[in-house]
Design a protein. Structure first.
Length: 145
């Protein structure tokens, strides 16, 4: 499971240093391979290769009525490898599509990561928290701790 958040900066070439706590797991589980694609919320998804295989199979099986979903996830996907120092290159196209310039936040989402422009994420989170203050989403009402 990939959990937690990290504030990270892209270098001048658009490379992201994967936090040490995730590096070993990615090397073991995915042989250092990640697939990066767009997310409908405006961030990027960084998915370990074995998880990408499962995810892309589900997306590929969707009916033609879901063609835009296929376009978002599949036609924007790029496979990258961690380099010897634990960095991955975020392509200029994907950086532009997500508004990522330099300051980012990497969010562990269980089986994958979300990569956000830091300011965009902070505004998005603030908006979502305000929405949740009025009423708990239905999906959360049956969860107990």
């Amino acid at each position: 499971m990939f959990l937690g958040a990290s504030s990270l900066s892209l270098d001048a070439k658009g490379r992201l240093s994967v936090p040490t706590r995730h590096h070993d797991a990615l090397m073991t589980y995915a042989e250092g391979q990640l697939t990066i694609t767009k997310h409908p919320d405006g961030c990027l998804m960084l998915i370990p290769r074995p998880e990408w295989e499962k995810f892309s199979a589900k997306i590929s099986a969707l009916p033609m009525s879901s063609l835009w979903v296929k376009r978002i996830f599949l036609s924007n996907a790029m496979t990258v490898e961690l380099d010897s120092t634990g960095r991955v290159l975020i392509s200029p196209e994907l950086r532009e599509a997500s508004g990522i310039t330099k300051e980012t936040t990497l969010r562990g989402m269980g089986t994958y990561f979300e990569l956000w422009d830091k300011a965009t994420y902070e505004a998005y989170e603030l908006r979502e928290i305000k929405l949740m203050q009025g009423k708990m989403p239905d999906v959360l009402q049956d969860i107990s701790f």
